[in-house]
Design a protein around this ligand. Sequence first.
Ligand SMILES: [Zn+2]
Length: 310
Amino acid sequence: MNWSDFPRETVKCMLCGHDEPEILSVQRSWPVARCSHCGFIYLSSRPVESALEELYSSEYYDNADVGYGGYVENFNRYNSIFTKLFNRRAQDIEPFRGNNRLLEVGCAHGFLLDHLRAKKWEVKGLEVSPLAAGYATEKLGLDVYCGKLEDAGYNDNAFDVVLLLDVLEHLHRPFETLAEIGRILTPNGVLVVQCPWELTHWEERAEAFLKKMKPCSITPDAVPAHLYFFGPETLEAFMKKGGFSTFRKQSGNYGAIRRHIKPPLVNKGHFYERWARFFYYRMGIQQLLYNSARLIGKGNGLIRYARFQK
Ligand SMILES: [Zn+2]
């Protein structure tokens, strides 16, 4: 797959509607831009929606480059780490149980849903990849709709909790999705959004500084699958625009599993860089920083709990 070959469209800032992109870097031929008006960071030229839909419906979950390489194998191999993360998630959403009805939008193979079902949630899922949705329904016996949210036809007030984990940054029409989630949530229902804190996170800022690069020009994850690169402020503004008011913030850490699958390179760069890399990655410095960062709300995962303003 050549990531530069998708048909393109040029877009204005999704957050404020202005068309004043300042190009920060070009990644795989895609311009990562910051809106000069509101500071939102996004791909100012991006693949058209149908091109990415095709990608997600086929090889995404088996592509290590932009997607999730060998997702099922990794789940089985690192099951104890996944279980720990899932238990934490289950604990976090426990206060919002209501009538136990939960939907995960973008549930992939359904591993989290399977875990929550065992904790007495009535779970449903939605997934665009037929491969992943097929696994969830056939292997795990889950109720997973394969397609888009607007086509699923859920009733009004059908869910107490909706999970949108690592999905928002992929959506071409995010505000339509948020409005639909608002409709299917009960009036007191809770949306849980999780997405990476990209480009303005302290670790990337530090990396850019050390490499004498322009701030926010480090290669972000998964371009052009990620269309937006959120920070704490822009994510909240984004959700507010979508009709949701955030009432709880949490910090997460990406990378626990990735560190096992794809350990960061140590033998890279000149002599001093190798030593620095060795200390940072192998002597537990990164992990220590990550863990402390998460405690003070500076982890590289942004988790927000929000209610729709009906
Ligand atoms: Zn803007």
